[in-house]
Write a protein that binds this ligand. Structure first.
Ligand SMILES: [Zn+2]
Length: 177
């Protein structure tokens, strides 16, 4: 069986999860060289997708499709560009492709979109600090709660003991009280 002349094949790699394979120009997987899946998109899939597209648009390897393992853009020096992707953002859907970058209001430049993406999806240091503080407060409250439960249990035990002693007419109280 002979393949059509225009169907080339090439190496693709996922910079996110380290998947590596040989694909046809149509995105058919011909051979998997490395399973990938080793890393998840961090910090946010939309920001990771944007950064890979952004770097490709600046002259890096081409984005040629989506990774079958982690759904992030895969890169290739051999294969043709993928169709544009749509990235959901609070500014509306942003279409990014080889020679396309536009939002609901029209064409955008890379610097603008990059600032938007970082603003929306990059965790801020202050937020992370807040997370740590909230975690700490939750742990302290949890410990206090357990201590309180312990005290309530002890009081309940003493009350029961008093009642039992009183009912037996042998009320002398616990030692030391
Ligand atoms: Zn991947």
């Amino acid at each position: 069986m002979t393949e059509p002349a225009h169907v080339a094949a090439g190496e693709v790699r996922c910079p996110t999860c380290l998947y590596r394979a040989r694909w046809s120009a149509d995105g058919e997987v011909l051979a998997v060289e490395q399973e990938g899946g080793a890393r998840a998109p961090d910090p946010h899939p939309t920001l990771v997708s944007w950064r890979i597209w952004h770097a490709a648009r600046q002259g890096g390897d081409r984005v040629v499709g989506a990774c079958p393992q982690c759904a992030m853009p895969v890169l290739s020096a051999d294969l043709p560009w993928a169709d544009a992707w749509t990235l959901a953002s609070k500014h509306g859907p942003i279409r990014v492709g080889h020679d396309l970058l536009e939002g609901p209001a029209g064409a955008l430049d890379d610097a603008t979109v990059d600032a938007w993406m970082v603003d929306e999806f990059q965790p801020r240091f202050v937020d992370q600090l807040l997370d740590v503080r909230l975690f700490f407060v939750a742990v302290v409250l949890g410990i206090l709660g357990l201590v309180l439960l312990g005290w309530l249990g002890a009081i309940g035990y003493l009350v029961n003991w008093f009642i039992a002693m009183a009912n037996q007419g042998n009320f002398s109280g616990p030692v030391g009280l």
